[in-house]
Design a protein around this ligand. Sequence first.
Ligand code: FES
Ligand code: FES
Length: 907
Amino acid sequence: MSTVTFEVNGSPVEAEKSARRLSDVLREDLGLVATKVGCDAGDCGACTVLLNGEPASACMTAVGQLRGRRVETLEGLDASGEVRSLQSAFLAHGAAQCGICTPGMLVAAAALLRVTATPTERQVMDALGGVLCRCTGYRKIIAAVMGAQEAEVTLPPPPVGKAVGHRVPRVDGERKLNGTDVFGADEAPAGSLTIKIVRSPHHRARFTLSDLDGYVAATLGVVAVLAAADIPGRNRFGAIPATADQPVFAEREVRFRGEAVAMVVGESRAMATLDLSAFPVTWDEMPPVLSPDEALDEGAPRIHDEREGNVLIRGNVRRGDLDEVFAAAEVEVEGAFETGFIEHAYIEPEAGFAERVGERVQVQVTTQSPHMDRVELEAILGVPEGSVRIVPTAVGGGFGSKLDLSVQPYLALAAWMLGRPVRITYTRPESMMSTTKRHPSRMHARIGATRDGRLTAMDFSGEFDTGAYASWGATVANRVPVHAGGPYVWDAYRARTVAVHTNNPPAGAFRGFGVPQSTIALECLLDELADAVGMDRLEFRHHNALVAGVPTVTGQVFTGGVGYRECLEALRPHWDRARAEAASAGEGSPRRGVGLAGMWYGCGNTALPNPSTVKVGLRRDGRIALYQGAVDMGQGANTVMTQICADAVGIDMSAIVTLGADTDTTPDAGKSSASRQTFISGNATYLAATALRERLLALAGASDEAHLELDHARLVVHDRDRATPVDLGSLRADGDDLVAVTSATYDPPTTALDDDGQGEPYAQFGYGAHMAELEVDLDLGTVRLRRITAAHDVGRAVNPTLIEGQIEGGVAQGIGMALMEEYLPGRNENLHDYLIPTIGDVPEVVSILVESGDPAGPYGAKGIGEHSLIPTAPAILNAIRDAVGAGVRRLPATPDRVLAAIEEGAR
Ligand code: FES
Ligand code: FES
């Protein structure tokens, strides 16, 4: 065996001279898992290390090339202290969200700072240009790198009682910055077997598996093959029990390209080079149905026997007499709009491990919905409730797709059946072809108004391609009709949706559940209507904005917390400035454009129960334990809940130990979706923490005004001029060492919708408006963004830094949706061909936080996670139309489509 010797973080390493990837050796042999793997193809930069001081992709570096070379990883840079100021700047600026890209960013930034102590923005963008981030929108990363040479940034902690509203650094930030946060692929028991999934190369096919035993016997390192016949429980799962329809393994027929038919489990080294082309499966390809048009055709094959016409579900909201109001309308506009599949493109592919522990299975996995996973896995395994434990890892981006099962059933099944620990990490193409996407949509809307600019009627219809399986299709079909009319007042309104099955990948939850799509139709037409009645586009929206006390399209009336007008007012000076600048820039190329779009978004499930439970206790060691099961996938739930808990108990934040999700230890806080955690779990935290405060005050017989002080194992209650010490060691504690414990459940007050979609679907809405400033190259059709200004009514900004991070990240995803992203099954299943915004694609983002004080929110707070993406794409499309005189109605607005709009505008 020939070997090579090289240096890793100052220590010599000898390895077999081979084509093995350096990333693999670092992670698997040396345990240096701060080097992340997002693509294994040189596209994402998550694996960036320094090779002889220069940034390089460890996944594209063969170990055989390393003789005598010097490798530095984040672990080394952290241990030497070289990146300390960078790390503290990242923490202070909120530059790490999920943290999966952070090691790559820090390593690339360290190389830059070695040669340029005070880099310019352009230098930072150039240096970090090869590292993708899907969460942050890059702006805070740029600010952190530029600010890293300032004296180490430390933010003062909030005073007691003032944590809410403070720019508290994320409580889990340190481990994201030193590379010790554990993501799905970072850990597995020694000796774990590895799983590989056999997937369909066809959109639709029948298949036969043959001689699996012979295959196992003949294939070196393979321990077992498991398929549908091996599932002891139910071969079916789905996010919504009523529409659950997806098999763990297909039986006889596959319905989309990438669908699993079997898994091969074997020794890790053998599995790393296993060629699945010898797997004994024969395919009988069938003509696929690849669009709703084909699927709705009378002669179309049925994708699911029980779903007539390939319709999963229809949604509907109607209010007022549409015909009558349209007949009286003095001005009308209408238009058709189309969007395609959009891939979540989180940098962390799906990954985890599982092991059988007696009659239970423990699954450590990247997920947004641990308790839902547990229930589904128990059904698949056919085991009693409580037999599965889900331990969520850090989540390297989710955005909705990690609400659905992906690797979990394979892990649980293999561990259960084989009695050995097993692990799996999806490859990037596998992740892209097999997991959910944003629903492609085809929408039509017609809008009427009076000549003096009052909106009167809207008629919306939308077809959503929900792919082969239901996933969250019903949620999209039901949420869109409530939202398609936006935060405006209508005399008459109708919105109809249909979710249609095709042989495309399942479309599911993606930041906004269909609302980003419908908002494009509405907001683009509003610009046309404003022009038709001769009103300023911002004033037109302001004139028609929903306000408190006025019924929404479902007849719901909010008494407060309706801050849309305030968002528009906050944008007004920016709008006036930008319009004036664009006007004075002239008519040549590139031509300036300014666009605006508004949004609203209901936080939580649509008209369904949506409870969250949180537990809080005082430990004997004088720490407050916060058991909060809201998965933090980078959005900041751990930090927000800790802030709320601190203020509700009335204690310093540093006294709180925040324990994240684990189905054995934290109560069910529901899934991290629908922008619900700050609102719903935040309320549960507030209620539990308030109850704990009452219990602690009662221990000392103190009044509501008393101050609490925790001094190691002593609680001191200061009430007016009396200080009562309570020796915690003398109190009886439970198994978790808690001497006082409370838990609380919050379920937002909503009502079911009737046949016309009337009712109270959400207890709160968030509102917002974005303004895009851009330039269009009239010859090339390219678009250069100059600035996005985003105003959001967040109720109360629990943590302004985290909210800005959500806004900037949402804006970046909105830019991708508007200008570059479309997933084409079978054609761009990698991050080379599927483009997401890089650091150079996101312009300055100005965030404006409007605090309307929502009556239902904890301390008045609202959700923001999805809201921030919704208005970006229509604002950009409106700015393109502003520049060239005609709109793009098929997304993304690629240069060819923009050129077509330029041509149309010139006619
Ligand atoms: S993992 Fe190496 S570039 Fe993506
Ligand atoms: S923080 Fe960059 S990918 Fe999540």
